[in-house]
Design a protein around this ligand. Structure first.
Ligand SMILES: C[S@@+](CC[C@H](N)C(=O)[O-])C[C@H]1O[C@@H](n2cnc3c(N)ncnc32)[C@H](O)[C@@H]1O
Length: 255
């Protein structure tokens, strides 16, 4: 999508994000799991990549963690800061593929939840993000946790699939999801088209998906090894049919 930038998603969705996605995953279970991983790492510091409006970062900070987030969208960060407890989150506006943080900052857990790694629309940006995350976890016991839908690595590269689906049909509003899958490039490009009597609002989005195996391979390039993979935040067993995975990575031994 021409002109699509790291900030495009957040700027387009910030005003509806909490209404549309506020309960998209189990925030309480996420906080519990992150708390257990941070405790095992002996750290009270957590970094959320693309923390958005603070759906997870705010409860993590409320739980007592020194919580940082790097998000590309001013509008998202403004939402986070406007929430009760949002002032406790150290929110930086920037690109998670570059992680503009102090060189000395280290975290017990770096969290990349709810498909956010796929918001990086090129493999190079995903590679840089994983390398930057690996640099930020504490060497002894630190973990990177990635949550995403399970994408297939066996798509027919010649199939380009377009779809228009109703997302919401209300008395005074229709939201259509218009999308195109490009299997050769592992991208899905879309718009949420919100139609009301006042007019039409376009909310563009773009994902570059990775299968779990592809993610493991990219993580390995960054010096990270898969430590655990579950089908959710409550350590549900991961199977061939799991629609979602929560994957935990540790640093490979150096040298
Ligand atoms: C799907 S939302 C998820 C927000 C939050 N992690 C959650 O689970 O509710 C993705 C977030 O990633 C941010 N984002 C997208 N590309 C980014 C980038 N290159 N660097 C930093 N943040 C980015 C967006 O602004 C948005 O807030």
């Amino acid at each position: 999508m021409d002109g699509y930038r790291p900030s495009t998603y957040g700027e387009g969705f910030a005003d509806v994000y909490d209404d549309w996605y506020g309960d998209v995953s189990d925030a309480d279970a996420t906080v519990e799991r992150v708390a257990a991983l941070a405790a095992a790492a002996g750290s009270d510091r957590v970094l959320e990549l693309g923390g958005g409006s603070g759906r997870l970062a705010v409860p993590l900070a409320a739980r007592g963690f020194v919580t940082w987030t790097v998000d590309a969208s001013f509008a998202m960060v403004r939402r986070l800061r406007g929430k009760p407890g949002g002032e406790r989150v150290h929110a930086v506006v920037g690109d998670m593929a570059a992680l503009p943080l102090s060189a000395r900052a280290r975290f017990g857990v770096v969290l990349c939840a709810f498909n956010t790694l796929f918001n990086l629309t090129t493999i190079e940006a995903q590679r840089r993000c994983l390398a930057a995350a690996a640099d930020r976890i504490v060497p002894e016991g630190g973990r990177l946790v990635v949550e995403s839908f399970v994408a297939s690595s066996h798509d027919d590269p010649n199939a380009a699939v377009g779809a228009v689906e109703p997302r919401h049909i209300g008395l005074d509003e229709v939201v259509l999801t218009v999308s195109r899958l490009d299997p050769a490039n592992h991208t899905i490009t879309g718009q949420h088209v919100q139609i009301t009597e006042a007019g039409i609002r376009l909310r563009p989005w773009m994902l570059r998906y990775l299968s779990p195996d592809e993610l493991d391979a990219l993580a390995a390039e960054a010096g990270l090894r898969l430590a655990e993979r579950h089908a959710g935040w409550r350590s549900e067993p991961f199977t061939a049919d799991s629609p979602v995975h929560v994957s935990t990575y540790a640093l490979m031994p150096r040298g």
